[in-house]
Design a binder for this molecule. Structure first.
Ligand SMILES: [Zn+2]
Length: 318
């Protein structure tokens, strides 16, 4: 029973998705996935910290070896007076590791934390930022906070306390966090879940995308509303050179995001065709293949495609 419950719980996060990916992907593809793009300032089996720009670092997780300490990507943005850490990660040890990196790199423990959405691999370790003396302000939408507390079971007292004290973000307008000489915008969006945020800097141009963007890995559609996902991705793209930190996979350029949009488009077209032909998501997904021109996107297993087709069927009311 416990195993079954654990499976059902994990199936609603990105975690099960990625553990299965490790089993179904070739060693070569796994090695190539999430290759470094920036200067690496620290590395662990679960991930590495890459310098993206002055005062901006991305934590790129490498969980295909099944080390789930962090599992999702995240990062740090530093100003004169404070540092914002992005994501709570899978385990408190992951958040604690990033906080210690902040201390080493900037002299400061994070003063703020942003949790992009409720999925376990982005939220469950958030208490790792809290110590006897350090209590960064946690920023999350009301929807994210509510979903973590309700759905991410079993509950854990320190996580509940950290989220319980969170600053609630406006659901429909951006929040600006002033770190001293650096303004960070937290923008509410949706599509991967009912409530996602991006964390953005104008100069240098950096967008922490949460799970609205995946790089080299088919996204998890478990809670997705596909048309809203597409609209949010369109809205977060910029017309100038930008570093995009995806929720999973290596640092992304504009070209990588364009490729991701093409992947979403291929899934949409195939799902619409399947629905029009009266097929079930299982039937539609069974024959789905991305064109090789889009490169290698890991998790090419009918089970993951099926989840995407099911999201389209949900949205189109079939
Ligand atoms: Zn997610």
């Amino acid at each position: 029973m416990t195993d079954r419950r654990t499976f059902i719980r994990d199936a609603s996060s990105c975690a099960a998705h990625i553990a299965l990916a490790a089993a179904s992907t070739s060693w070569l593809a796994r090695r190539a996935w999430a290759a470094p793009a920036g200067r690496i300032v620290a590395a662990e089996p679960f991930g590495r910290l890459e310098k993206v720009a002055e005062g901006v670092w991305a934590l790129i997780s490498t969980p295909l070896n099944n080390d789930r300490t962090t599992l999702s990507n995240g990062g740090l943005i530093a100003g004169r007076n404070g540092v914002i850490a992005i994501e709570g990660f899978m385990m408190p040890e992951g958040a604690r590791w990033l906080a210690n990196q902040s201390k080493t790199l900037t002299g400061k423990w994070p003063t703020h934390v942003a949790v992009t959405h409720y999925h376990a691999d982005h939220a469950n370790g958030v208490a790792g930022y809290m110590t006897e003396s350090e209590h960064p302000r946690v920023h999350a939408t009301q929807a994210t906070r509510g979903a973590v507390l309700e759905k991410n079971q079993p509950a854990e007292a320190n996580r509940t306390a950290a989220l319980g004290d969170a600053v609630t973000l406006e659901p429909s307008s951006p929040t600006t966090v002033d770190l001293g000489g650096r303004a960070v915008k937290i923008i509410p969006r949706m599509g991967h879940t009912s409530s996602d945020i991006t964390v953005e800097v104008e100069d240098p141009s950096v967008v922490f995308c949460g799970d609205l963007v995946w790089n080299g890995m088919i996204p998890n559609y478990v809670d997705a509303v596909p048309t809203k996902l597409a609209a949010s991705v369109a809205a977060l793209r910029r017309s100038r050179e930008t570093n995009y930190v995806p929720g999973h996979g290596g640092l992304a350029t504009e070209a990588d995001v364009a490729n991701y949009v093409a992947v979403l488009g291929e899934i949409e077209q195939a799902a619409r065709r399947a629905i029009a032909a009266g097929q079930t998501p299982e039937q539609g997904a069974a024959t789905f293949k991305l064109p090789p021109s889009l490169g290698e996107w890991i998790l090419f297993s009918p089970a993951f495609h099926q989840r995407a087709f099911a999201a389209w069927a949900r949205e189109l009311g079939r």
